[in-house]
Ligand binder design. Sequence first.
Ligand code: BDR
Ligand code: CA
Length: 311
Amino acid sequence: SRPVLIDCDPGVDDAIALLLALASPELDVRLITTVAGNVPGDTTADNARRVLTLAGREDVPVHAGCTQPLLGPVWRGKYSGASGLGGTLLPEGRAPLAGGHAVDALTAALERAIAEDAPVELCVTGPMTNVALVLARDPSLVRGIRRIVAMGGAFAQGGNRTPTAEFNILADPHAAQIVLHSGAPIVLAPIDVTFQALATPERVHDLRGRAGRVTAVAAELIAFYDRNDPARYGAVGGPLHDPCVIAFLLRPELFEAREANVEIELNPGLSYGQTVGDFWRTTDRPVNATVLWKLDAAGFFDLLWERLARF
Ligand code: BDR
Ligand code: CA
């Protein structure tokens, strides 16, 4: 199975992404690192441990990482509740946090990948602070990365946290810009595609009806997450942003993509944190990202629910 590292800020949709990865035999989840995002850093780390206990996978180490962005204001998520997991739906994590900072743990994992000549896939479902620090401290570590698959950005539609910016990028735009300029192959799942992964009530009902010990609580989490959204987005159902990252690893054929140069607007103002994609090659700036654009939603939910039912 393929070695995978996951940097996340759980977050309901991060939690579902973690469960999808852990349920999938194609992937060898070696390391989970957490970053402040949806909720503060101590809470995202605590939540990742809870998800591992739910999954019965306390063997996977969780290292806590950065608690604030490199620069600029702190933003928090809106849709996962104050606890980040819709209240106290998940039991306490049984395994302790692993010692050592996430940036050091990611560095060690990439050094190992280089030494073994087995580059890893790095999944990022939160602000990119940890990953940016790893690559800023030692840019040569990019050799240990087969590709970065990240949830972030908003292109053809407006943002979900400001009129122009998507949350993960907004929460640390400088970090995102560092990562986009790192030379690592990057696949971005912006809200343009992740809003197609809508967990409608019918789909959640389907999940509830399935076997397995995590389906009921996963359905609870997703239903909580959904409560916040319909009025706001004119669509019924919570968008499962972060699981798109893992689904892309498992079934890339579910997605259509476009290549582009992507830069982040770092100037303060209305467009702070906006992802600027040059899809029509209006500049000479090199392509640095594959941007996921379209999703086969039926295929996505077949995959996701089938995997969640495996626990
Ligand atoms: C992203 O922001 C967070 O709220 C979600 O977990 C997801 O990673 C969506 O904009
Ligand atoms: Ca997230």
